[in-house]
Design a protein around this ligand. Structure first.
Ligand code: DX5
Ligand code: ZN
Length: 214
């Protein structure tokens, strides 16, 4: 299992320390939760933090944009070190175009779907995607309760990918711990995002290893 620790739950007073822990861990990516206070009822961080993280680790940045008009920030995400740029289906009127623009900028293209958004909404773009992020919480906050229906959506997404011969990786984001991580791994997930489970542990490195071994 690829693990993408969400720095939303890191200790921002000593961010470099937490990033160094992730850098030395079995994590595959670093998950950056960008929130604009419009698409979601919360505001977090973006480009200065991305640059700071990039100073500390070479691990790919898995950038999750919970913002409106994400197409306006493709160049900036790339410039600040983004490797995977994930936009929300619900925020993009012209999703097909945004995916092409992200890939033209040299990043991997991801689309996230909220709990109320059916997997089938991605049918027309699934073959263009590198990552599909199935939200297992309503976006906006860390440490929320896992929404069980995400397991069914992972299974459905896995079938769609196989039917269409697509290469997209399945990422699950929100409320992931050893138990929910196992459920989504069995359902076919390739990547789990975890914030609270990792950074609330006295030993984040071992928490990451437990998820990595799923
Ligand atoms: C929520 C974010 C998630 C969240 C994960 O809107 O997209 O990445 O930070 O945090 P946990 O693992 O604490 O649910
Ligand atoms: Zn996220």
């Amino acid at each position: 299992m690829i693990v993408s620790p969400s720095i939303l739950s890191a200790n921002f007073g000593y961010l470099a320390k937490d990033i160094e822990i992730v850098d030395k861990s079995e994590a595959g990516y670093v998950h950056i939760d960008v929130m604009d206070g419009v698409f979601v009822p919360n505001i977090t961080f973006a480009f200065p933090i991305m640059k700071a993280v990039k100073e500390v680790t070479d691990k790919p940045l898995d950038v999750h944009l919970m913002i409106v008009e994400p197409q306006n920030f493709i160049k900036e995400v790339k410039k600040c070190g983004g490797d995977i740029m994930t936009v929300h289906y619900e925020a993009c009127t012209h999703l097909h175009r945004v995916i092409q623009q992200i890939k033209a900028e040299g990043m991997k293209a991801g689309v996230a779907i909220n709990p109320a958004t059916p997997v089938a909404m991605l049918t027309e773009v699934i073959n263009d995607l590198d990552v599909v992020c199935v939200m297992s919480v309503n976006p906006g906050f860390a440490a929320q309760k896992f929404i069980g229906n995400a397991v069914n959506k992972v299974k459905e997404l896995k079938m769609l990918i196989e039917q269409k011969g697509a290469h997209a990786l399945i990422e699950v984001d929100g409320g992931i711990n050893a138990e929910t991580g196992r459920l989504v791994a069995e359902a076919g997930a390739d990547i789990v995002v975890a914030g609270n489970y990792v950074f609330s542990d006295s030993d984040p490195k071992s928490a990451i290893s437990r998820l990595h071994s799923l």
